[in-house]
Structures are given as C-alpha cells and as structure tokens.
Design a protein around this ligand. Structure first.
Ligand code: G16
Length: 535
C-alpha cells in the first residue's frame, strides 16, 4: 500500500543526501545512465528514486526498474540505469515530465530495483529507498541481479495477467524461461555442444547468476566452466578480465589457461555484454566479438526463417554502430544479403532501430546486443503450418529462440545460450565460426582529455565524424587518406571520462601509425588529465 507523497517529507529526506561537491561539473545522463565515482553518487541515486517514482506514476503505476551498477567500469565507480515498463532502456524524451506533473491525478507508483556486486551498492540502495519512501512509492528490492535480469523483471511485472505475459515475476522465473526455451532448441538429435564453454565472469554478478542458471540445465546438453568468480574480492571486478578488458586489450583474461581451440567467453560487470575468443596453435589469440555474434545470429536465424517457409513473410535486418568492423558489415551486406542500419553508440539507440524490423539483430562490437522478434514475426511463427519435417524443425527452433533470447535488452547469459545453440546446430567449432570472414586489423584507444564534452559529433553521422573542435576532422581526414581502406573516428565516451579513438585499415602496422597520429593531435588540441571524474 502506498501513501500520498508529502512535499515536506521529500524535502526532509533530500537533506540526508546533499549534493557532492563536483566543482563546476554537472552530472549528466550518459550512454547508459549516470556513472561516476561511487562516493559522489548518493544524491544522484536519491534524485533517480524521485524520478523513477514520477515515471512509474506517469506510466499509470507500471513498474519502473532501477539497476545500481557501473557495469564494465572499475570497482570504485558505480552508476544507475533506469528501465522502462517494457523492460527497455528509459526513453530519451523527458520533456513530458513537466506536462505530466502539471496534470497528475495521483495513480500509485511501483519501482523495482537491483544492484550488482559492488560493495558501494548497499549504501546507494538506501539513498534510493529514501526517495521512494518519501514519495510514498511502493518498491520491491530484488537484491543482487544482472542488469538484464532486472529488465526481464520489469517487463514480466508489467505484462502479468495480460495476453502477452513475459514470464514468471521472479529471478527464478527468468532461469525457468531461459532453460525451458534452451531445451526446446535442442530437439534436434545431432545438436550437441562441442566440449564445454569457459566463462570468465569478470569477478562480478554474472558468476553467481550463471551458477544458478546452470542448475536448470542438464550437463549433457550445456556445460559451462566458470572462471573469475571472486565476488568477495571487490578489487578484482573487471580487473584484467571481463568483456571490456578482453575486447579493448585484444587478449585473454587473467586465469586463462585454455588449450588451443578451447571455446572461451567473457561477461562484463553487470552481465549485459559477452565476447567469445580462443587461441590457435602457437598461442595466437582470436577474438569473436559482438560483430561475430551478430553475423552468426543473423546467418542462422535467416537460414531458419527460410527453411521454415517464412522467407517471404519475415525479413531480417541488422543494426550496428561505427565500431563495427568494416569486414563484418561487408559480410552481412554482400554474403548474407541483409540490410545494415547504423546508429550512435548505446543500446538505447540500437534497440529502437532493431525494433522496427520483423526480426532485428543488433550488437555493438563490445558484445552488447540481442535479437528482437516483432509482434508481426511472432504472429507469423505462431500461425504458420509447416509443410514438411524440415519446415517443422526450423519452426520449432525459431519459436524456442524467440523465447530464449532476451527481448528487453542485450543479455550475456541469454546470448551465451544463443551462441551455444547455433554452434551445436551447425556442428561448428570456433574455427568454422572465425572462418566466415577476415576482420580488418583494428584498434580501440581511450584518451583522458581535459574536457571530453568539447568533442561533438556531426548529427546524423552515427558518430563517424566530428563537428567540434572545428580543426580536428579536416586534420583527421588528411591522416586517414594516407592509408589503404582506412577508417578512423573519435567520440566522447558516455560512461567514462575519456574520448575513444577507433581505427581500422588493411594492415595492422598502418592502423598503429594512423592512431598514433590521431591520438597525438587529440592531445595537442585538448590536453590530458588524470583526475578522478564526474560528468
Ligand atoms: C554501456 C552502454 C553500451 C555502450 C558502452 C560504452 O555499456 O550500454 O551501449 O557501448 O556503455 O559506451 P561509451 O563508449 O559511451 O562509454 P555498459 O555495459 O558499460 O553499461
């Protein structure tokens, strides 16, 4: 039962969470919510509590999610992501809050929240609860969970009792849904995992949650060996391990002891990203990142649509960002013959673009992504009458995949099952997967500049070109023109106090040379700093 908020109570509670002194810097909503050093966050979390309460009331009392996590950032950071009623990232349009406040009629609100394993999360939850209590908002604390589990819970809560129920409203319900769907995909006799998959859990929340999930899956169908699960040693979170580290360093994490060709994966600190990798003979490291998962999924799901006899009715589309390796885009367009759309970085952008497709496959190169099935596609899957055993098999797998793949956000655990299903069905090892196309040599760098907010991309360029500082793009164009099939861009991170520089070209040496020059110019134009940060 919720009580009507009293303005006095809100003001009183607010005094307990004074704004940290951040000098001239303001807090800003970044790529995936607010993110900064944990000690600066309490007042921000309190404000998010107020906002979530308002948003829930605006959405006629639907549950709104609040996830306390700083995902791939180091252990001393924390952050907060807000989840909308369908389980997707919060809408970018905030303007109507003002309108709603003026017209509010007082529906009750419900906010559900969870946190990752960072110790700072506990105190931040208190700040959040204070705001919810002060505003008389009902809440449910789901304790420690992955970000995608919270997204699942939000949609499950809001669809309960409707004709589009998403699943049981509990974390157990999440495991049940994923495992049941996984077992339904394994109806094909020859579908078997080619040896276990090793999962580096970044010493974060993915470790306990994957251990739970494994209890629902028979070992003869799915075997995972968990590595880097030290959640009781917070300093080790994302340190020399995890999806972000592996992707940016392009090497295996701590405690990697894989034999050549063993199949390895890394999750990030809140388990919404996953990358695969392995070593070839001679310890040559090979990364199978988000682009590879996108191409694998688009290829296989496209094949299933065709085999089920629905090729004319259901079209697939792929969504990528500027970080996608050029070779992956070429493969999707030329070999798979599918359309690719580009959006700015951030799942909130990719998700909306993918939702416009019948089946939309979206992945960022860093391993964040999923496959969305539209209502139209789901209806076709439900109604279709297969004309042969081959059609029936393809249809059964497709229906199961639409249940197993998280429809709310990129989900490392669901994506892990997805890749394992596809490799089992195709009877592929990582070798066949890698051989589909050859990546262009590439590199991603991070530079700590004085003020990253000065780096502004050209609107509509999907972050491929800079508008400001004015001198930089012409200089970069000159540098890039010296190299064969080269591409390079600079953009401000929305989760860390840095600018990112990405480059690719035909030869690895040229990538190094090109990025060194661009980096030098970026530093020359803006200066560097090493201070702890806020937005
Ligand atoms: C978040 C976003 C991702 C984005 C990443 C890096 O991931 O959800 O979409 O790719 O940040 O963003 P940026 O380059 O702006 O720092 P996560 O896993 O850290 O929440």
């Amino acid at each position: 039962m919720t009580e009507q908020p009293e303005f006095g109570a809100v003001l009183e509670a607010c005094k307990q969470y004074p704004r940290a002194d951040t000098g001239k810097k303001d807090f800003g909503y970044g790529t995936a919510g607010f993110r900064m050093r944990a000690d600066l966050l309490p007042s921000v979390i309190f404000a998010v509590g107020l906002l979530a309460s308002i948003r829930s009331r605006k959405c006629k009392g639907s549950a709104i999610g609040v996830m306390i996590t700083a995902s791939h950032n180091p252990a001393e950071d924390n952050g907060v992501k807000i989840v909308d009623p369908e389980g997707e990232m919060m809408s970018e349009e905030w303007e109507w809050f003002a309108t709603w406040l003026a017209n509010a009629r007082d529906p009750e609100g419900l906010v559900i929240f969870a946190r990752d394993t960072r110790p700072s999360g506990e105190a931040l939850v208190e700040a959040l609860k204070a705001a919810l209590v002060a505003t008389g908002t009902e809440y449910i604390d789901y304790g420690i969970a992955t970000t995608p589990q919270l997204h699942y819970l939000v949609r499950a809560t809001n669809t309960l009792g409707s004709d589009r129920e998403y699943g049981e409203v509990s974390i157990e319900g999440y495991y049940k849904k994923l495992s049941a769907a996984f077992m339904n995909t394994m109806h094909i006799e020859y579908a078997n995992q080619a040896g276990p998959v090793y999962v580096d859990c970044a010493n974060g929340v993915g470790a306990p949650q994957l251990k739970e999930l494994l209890k629902y899956l028979p070992e003869d169908k799915f075997k995972a060996i968990i590595v880097n699960d030290k959640i009781d040693q917070p300093d080790r979170l994302n340190k020399r391990c995890g999806a972000d580290w592996v992707k940016t360093q392009q090497r295996a994490p701590e405690n990697f002891n894989g034999k050549d060709w063993d199949r390895w994966t890394s999750l990030d600190g809140d388990a919404d990203r996953i990358v695969y990798y392995f070593c070839e003979e001679g310890s040559i490291f090979r990364l199978l990142d988000g682009d590879r998962i996108a191409t694998l999924a688009a290829d296989y799901i496209g094949e299933l649509v065709h085999k089920s006899g629905l090729g004319e009715q259901i079209k697939l589309g792929v969504v990528q960002t500027a970080y996608a390796n050029g070779a992956s885009t070429k493969y999707i367009e030329k070999t798979l013959k599918l359309k690719v759309e580009f959006t700015p970085t951030g799942v909130k952008h990719l998700h909306h673009a993918a939702a416009r497709q019948d089946i939309g496959v979206y992945f960022e190169a860093n391993g964040h992504g999923t496959v969305l099935f539209s209502e139209r596609a789901l209806k076709a899957l439900r109604k279709h009458q297969p004309q042969s055993t081959a059609q029936l098999n393809a249809l059964t797998t497709l229906r199961a995949l639409s249940e197993m793949i998280n429809q709310t956000v990129g989900d490392a655990l669901s994506d892990l099952l997805l890749v394992e299903v596809i490799l089992s069905h195709k009877q592929w090892t990582v070798k066949e997967w890698l051989s589909t196309y050859a990546d262009l040599p590439n590199k991603l760098m991070k530079v700590n500049v004085m003020d990253r907010n000065k780096f502004i991309t050209v609107p509509g360029s999907a972050e491929r070109r800079l508008e400001r500082p004015p001198a930089i793009q012409p200089r970069m164009d000159e540098i890039i023109a010296k190299y064969q099939d080269a591409r390079c861009f600079v953009r401000a991170s929305g989760t860390e106090d840095a600018v990112r520089i990405y480059g690719e070209a035909t030869h690895a040496m040229e990538v190094e040379e090109m990025l060194a020059q661009v980096q030098e110019y970026v530093i020359h134009i803006s200066g560097t700093h090493i201070e702890p940060w806020v937005f």
